[in-house]
Write a protein that binds this ligand. Structure first.
Ligand code: UDP
Length: 454
């Protein structure tokens, strides 16, 4: 990503920020985007990162990178149980992170450090920051509404809610089945991780959101009241720059050349992000649902998406060939460019927050297929609050999939048409919030002054 530093516009600040992203795709991307945004505000940037899923420093020649050991065994360094992974790393990284940070703070040859910015899920960094007497600001990479659900979760779990379709009184319009649960080996790990993330965020000096006022006004107000620390909703981050290059996997550019051959708004783009996994039966239902929809589709099948398979082995022989070019499958796509392409008319998504925001920013309505955690909350908001997507709530089933795709892409009656109008309207709000005087623009100004006040 080429960043033009607006030195002529900004006063030279000569302060350094140290950022520590969580090594998962959906967290690394927004943290590096935030780093780039703050770089344009005149700060110099140092990134501390784990050996697991390291970013590529050559994409950011203007940043300084420091790698720390994460102590993960080969068998632990994967995302099949993300809660266990985060729990382990929050212990293993304490000493290497503290030593690295102490060294950086002691280096008087560089600009003085204004503060540390870390992912909310790196909860151990708050006490390290306190010991080293440096303010810590938290970046939360998901939606504000899902954070509020995480805040409420430990208390809700004690109530033993069991009727899945029942509304959660404390968190309208969520149902019990939308609570951000994540399957893990030891359910106590989830409880601990979330409680600590919330506790240490409360203890921090500020909170940055990749969201914007007009999208989540009530959630932002509630969050500010509950946390009583300065809050900076400056998103959507990715709209500050052209498509970024923090991808851990190589993006297959044939996605774009294939889209170039398709009619405007005819293609359903399908991706479930970097972590969600399917069993073989679900994968085949999706494949047949796409085939039966008769719509062109671009489908991201990440290696590892289907448990127990390398890649496309479960597909019947000749599956793609029989579709005569109507389907294109890639391992990883340049998603922002795909969503911005004129041929893309819908996004069947797992509703990770980055994907959800990227879809909103390009005015692409969604079919929601959440798998776990915050995705459930985001999906409910997409379908029931912003009303810019349809929710596939039942078991993954080919006929239901084909029907949902055809309704969204072809038959678009009154309801679907209104959905398209609403997402176009939200897209306009994105442009408004980022332009001079808009809410995110102003919030970024406030954040810059705040960082300079340390
Ligand atoms: N992404 C991509 N190519 C793909 C699929 C996803 O570049 O083929 C990017 C996508 O643009 C988003 C990120 O990966 O920025 C996924 O983050 P998200 O929060 O949506 O989901 P997660 O991977 O954390 O579940």
């Amino acid at each position: 990503m080429e960043i033009t530093r607006e030195i002529h516009m900004q006063q030279k600040t000569a302060r350094r920020l140290i950022l520590f992203p969580l090594p998962l795709q959906g967290h690394i991307t927004p943290m590096l985007q935030l780093a780039s945004i703050l770089y344009t505000k005149g700060f110099s940037i140092t990134i501390i990162h784990t050996q697991f899923n390291p970013p590529n420093p050559s994409n950011y020649p203007h940043f300084t990178f420091h790698s720390i050991p994460d102590g993960l065994l080969e068998s632990e360094a994967n995302t099949s149980d993300v809660i266990r992974l985060l729990t382990l790393m929050n212990v293993n990284c304490i000493t290497p992170f503290r030593d690295c940070l102490a060294k950086l703070l002691a280096d008087v040859s560089k600009d003085p450090v204004a503060c540390l910015i870390t992912d909310a899920m790196w909860h151990f960094t708050q006490s390290v920051a306190e010991i080293l007497k440096i303010p810590r600001i938290v970046l939360r990479t998901s939606s504000v509404c899902s954070f509020l659900a995480f805040v409420a979760l430990p208390h809700l779990l004690e109530k033993n809610l069991s009727i899945q379709e029942e509304p959660v009184q404390e968190l309208p319009p969520l149902k019990v089945k939308d609570l951000p649960m994540i399957t893990t080996r030891n359910s106590e790990d989830l409880y601990q991780l979330l409680s600590l993330a919330v506790k240490e965020t409360r203890a921090s000096s500020g909170f940055i959101w990749n969201s914007f006022e007009d999208l989540e006004p009530l959630a932002l107000t509630t969050c500010t009241q509950k946390l009583t620390i300065p809050t900076f909703p400056i998103g959507p981050f990715h709209k500050y720059f052209p498509a970024s290059s923090s991808s851990l996997l190589t993006q297959d550019q044939s996605s774009i050349s294939w889209l170039n051959t398709q009619a405007p708004k005819s293609v359903i783009y399908v991706s479930f992000g970097s972590i969600a996994a399917l069993n073989e039966a679900q994968f085949l239902e999706i494949a047949w649902g796409l085939a039966n929809s008769n719509q062109p589709f671009l489908w991201v099948v990440r290696p590892g998406l289907v448990r127990g398979s390398e890649w496309l082995e479960p597909l019947p022989n000749g599956f793609l060939e029989n579709l005569n070019g109507r389907g294109h499958i890639v391992k990883w796509a340049p998603q922002e460019k795909v969503l911005a392409h004129h041929a893309t008319g819908g996004f069947w998504t797992h509703n990770g927050w980055n994907s959800t925001l990227e879809s909103i920013c390009e005015g692409v309505p969604m079919i929601c297929q959440p798998f776990f955690g915050d995705q459930m909350v985001n999906a409910r908001y997409v379908s029931h609050v912003w009303k810019v997507g349809v929710h596939l709530e039942n078991k993954i089933e080919r006929m239901e999939i084909a029907r949902a795709i055809r309704r969204l892409m072809v038959e678009a009656d009154g309801k679907e048409k209104e959905m398209r109008e609403r997402i176009e309207h939200l897209k306009e709000k994105v442009d408004d919030c980022l332009s001079q005087g808009g809410s995110s623009y102003q919030s970024l100004e406030n954040l810059t002054s705040y960082l300079l006040s340390f």
